[in-house]
Design a binder for this molecule. Structure first.
Ligand SMILES: Cc1ncc(COP(=O)(O)O)c(C=O)c1O
Length: 442
């Protein structure tokens, strides 16, 4: 197979694309064939500037030879090792390297293969942790409206995206409550960085505790910055308030950092950026620079030790055939090495002022009803065409792609999250293209 050759209509039929309107896509496909640095190329050779780091994951840019070499060497040295009852050096090395950049107090690592698996793993650990400590009544889980935590049954249950839950509504896990989301455009539209209004929404957790009693509640899981439902930045003081209420009632706080991890906010993790001490962090994506599937749960000594006090034997009946896969570990170690050498975990901080100015310069263009930003993240919200939510943003997405910039569209929100190696001139190109396209959009 020639990986860069154009595809015919019949080539497209067998593959069922995820989270994609397949019939529409197959009638007008967008195909990527090659990538290097900040760019993709189509099979016809058209260059596309990547303004979303693939899918919030290629933080060090595409085609990094350090990762390619580490993966190739690992495949030749040890291609696979069973993760149950066996270990291999890269797994321990990556866990140790992760702990070094993890939010303070998180010093153990459980490996998975994706963000969804990290979420389900963290939820299972939370339930098992309380049980191991003799508080087995703590079984309720609390998520948030507009939360996205992947597509496992645990993740869609604590998640708050209606279409992700609708079809499986009868099979969602029981005992889940949702905090209200924090999106308040009436008061916070065009906020720069954290919005001012909404910390009080954390107090809804007190209401849920009062309803069920803390003795029945295991954990709260939230994204520090929600990405998939349109870039929702936490209001000032909100995360701190959630932490305080969790502490008061012995509830674990899980921060889902699948998109915010590995430098997106200007710190290695959003927990560090916002000064929050979570009990667990779920991550994936940037862990391997997106090039080999891998996820992880970072957790506190307190949680780990609670399991190590029990009777001899397997402490947690959980794991995957590919947990800590040697190839993924090699990719992860190489990616973390690049992040450290090139200062990428904090580079977003230096670029954030230019990013913010460019983003807010779009204010005033027709249909733009909100611009929100943090680190190297942007959410740009458009007014909907009546009865056609998402149609306008999808037009913008298609036109940007035609003009050589890959953006992301979710409903009526355009989300940007470029590789952290982005240069100032490329930031200009992204926003110039977006501005031109918005000006032409009806
Ligand atoms: C916050 C969050 N959690 C979980 C996931 C699921 O990750 P994956 O698609 O790797 O399963 C995502 C994916 O975008 C995410 O943004």
């Amino acid at each position: 197979m020639n990986a860069t050759a154009p595809l015919s209509r019949s080539d497209l039929e067998a593959f069922w694309l995820p989270f994609t309107p397949n019939r529409q896509f197959k009638s007008q496909p967008r195909i990527l064939a090659k990538a290097k640095g900040m760019y993709y190329w189509t099979p016809e050779g058209r260059q596309i500037l990547d303004a979303v780091a693939g899918l919030w994951c290629v933080n060090a840019g595409h085609g990094r030879s350090e990762i390619t070499q580490a993966v190739a060497t690992q495949l030749e040295t040890l291609d696979y090792a069973p993760p149950f009852q066996m270990g291999h050096p890269p797994a321990f090395a990556l866990a140790n390297a992760l702990v070094k950049i993890a939010p303070k107090g998180l010093d153990h690592v459980f490996f998975t293969n994706s963000g969804s698996e990290s979420v389900d793993t963290a939820l299972k650990i939370a339930l098992a942790y309380h049980r191991a400590r003799g508080e087995g009544t703590r079984t309720r889980l609390i998520g948030r409206e507009r939360g996205y935590h992947g597509v496992g049954f645990g993740g869609i249950s604590v998640g708050g995206i209606p279409p992700n839950r609708k079809v499986w509504s009868a099979s969602l896990i029981p005992g889940v409550d949702h905090l209200p989301h924090t999106h308040d455009p009436a008061r916070n539209a065009f906020s720069r960085g954290v919005p001012e209004h909404g910390a009080h929404l954390a107090d809804e957790l007190e209401r849920i505790v009062a309803l069920h009693d803390a003795s029945n509640i295991a954990a709260v899981i939230i994204e520090p910055i929600a990405g998939s439902t349109g870039v929702l930045i936490p209001p000032r003081g909100y995360l701190q308030r959630v932490r305080e209420i969790c502490d008061k009632h012995g509830i674990l706080l899980i921060l889902d950092e699948v998109i915010t991890g590995f430098g997106r906010t200007g710190s290695a993790f959003a927990a560090t950026e916002f000064g929050i001490r979570p009990d667990m962090v779920t991550c994936a994506k940037g862990l391997t620079n997106g090039c080999v599937p891998m996820g992880a749960v970072l957790l506190s000594k307190q949680i780990y030790e609670a399991f190590m006090q029990g009777p001899d034997g397997i402490e947690l009946f959980h794991g995957y055939t590919y947990s800590a896969h040697p190839t993924a570990c090699a990719a992860g170690l190489a990616a973390l090495g690049i992040y450290e050498r090139e200062g990428l975990l904090t580079r977003a901080k230096a670029l954030a002022p230019q990013w913010e100015e460019a983003a807010h310069s779009l204010r005033g263009l027709s249909h733009v009803i909100d611009v929100r930003n943090y680190g190297l993240i942007l959410g740009l919200e458009l007014a909907s065409i009546p009865g056609k939510v998402g149609a306008r943003a999808f037009e913008v997405y298609k036109k940007c792609f035609e003009r050589g910039v890959l953006i992301r569209q979710s409903g009526e929100v355009i989300a940007l999250s470029p590789p952290l190696i982005v240069e100032p001139a490329q930031i200009d190109q992204i926003f110039t293209t977006l501005r031109d396209v918005l000006r032409e959009t009806q």
